[in-house]
Design a protein around this ligand. Structure first.
Ligand code: AHG
Ligand code: MN
Ligand code: MN
Length: 300
């Protein structure tokens, strides 16, 4: 059975990159164990102004410590940290972006959450998604799953607790054209373009799927197709989801699986980030549906 390390090596990934991906992947067991004692909210707000959960801060501090000690990362930007962290001890030039725990408002309901990571090869963390060297996410469901792309398609692996390996689950994942959609934002605050997009779905026989965890909602797209969206609204024209920590890494993976990501007008992977906690409206999923959404936006 193919394991994560061998897969990464077979793609020609350099040893430091293999080590970095495996190092973070191995932390998932530790993070999973921490759920039991960290079920509630903190009183602190993150840089996006959202109430942090205990697991947001726990996973953030844990991953920063592990990554900092590894000597494998020069620069790190985290959704939970106000500033970019520099590690002067690094022997590599990797720059990493992370959402240490995505979907964290669902921890107290025991729904699926995960960790999102993007890795650039030098050049800092404020680079477009098209420049990513690798991206992966993990998902805590019945299985602990890791979905990775190093620019050679998308593969998923499942953690085998007994043998302490990530075993290949699905190879060459290709996103189908599905008929399901999820959307965030309050209906009363949607902009006219988004209303037209949702009307199109409702009139075309799409069904609704939305859990409140971006990583889980995107993961199901790899099996069923369809789209996830979080639009700009009257209150937040630039949307809610973070360009660096959420849109770019998942956009890279979904694009590698033959899907697409857009803000309605342009490919999000081409956007050059201006600041660390920048947000973007987004639609992500099956290629044909994204094309239809861009058509609706351009005719609005
Ligand atoms: P995070 O838990 O990292 O703060 O991210 C939450 C994000 C995303 O995971 C999810 O799709 C979205 O926010 C849900 O937002 P709403 O609760 O506004 O629907
Ligand atoms: Mn998130
Ligand atoms: Mn988060």
């Amino acid at each position: 059975m193919l394991i994560l390390r061998r897969y990464l090596e077979s793609c020609g990934c350099e040893p430091d990159l293999v080590e970095l991906i495996r190092l973070i992947a191995r932390q998932m067991e530790t993070i999973r164990k921490a759920f039991l004692e960290n079920q509630t909210f903190e009183r602190t707000l993150n840089p996006s102004g959202e109430l942090q959960t205990q697991m947001d801060t726990w996973a953030d501090e844990h991953l920063i410590k592990v990554v900092g000690n590894s000597g494998l990362v020069r620069e790190l930007a985290s959704e939970e940290q106000p500033d970019i962290i520099r590690f002067d001890n690094s022997r590599t030039d990797y720059c990493m972006v992370m959402d240490p725990l995505d979907g964290s408002s669902l921890i107290s309901t025991n729904l699926a959450v995960g960790t999102i990571v993007g890795i650039y090869e030098g050049g800092g963390v404020l680079q477009p998604g098209s420049k990513l060297r690798a991206a992966f996410y993990t998902l805590f469901g019945p299985l602990t799953v890791l979905v990775v792309s190093v620019g050679k398609g998308v593969q998923s692996f499942a953690w085998d607790q007994e043998n302490e390996h990530y075993l290949l689950l699905r190879t060459g994942i290709s996103i189908p054209e599905g008929k399901q959609y999820g959307t965030g934002g309050l209906r009363m605050e949607w902009l006219p373009e988004h209303v037209r997009v949702i009307d199109y779905f409702d009139q075309s026989g799409f069904k609704v799927r939305y859990s409140g965890s971006f990583v889980a909602d995107c993961h199901q797209l790899l099996t069923y197709g369809g789209i996830y969206s979080y639009p700009g609204t009257t209150k937040n024209p630039e949307g809610k989801l973070r360009l660096l920590f959420e849109a770019i890494p998942l956009g890279f993976i979904i694009t590698q699986a033959g899907g697409r990501i857009t803000d309605g007008k342009r490919n999000i992977l081409e956007i050059v980030p201006e600041k660390q906690h920048q947000t973007t409206p987004l639609y992500i999923g099956s290629k044909g549906i994204i094309e239809k959404i861009e058509e609706i936006y351009s005719s609005s």
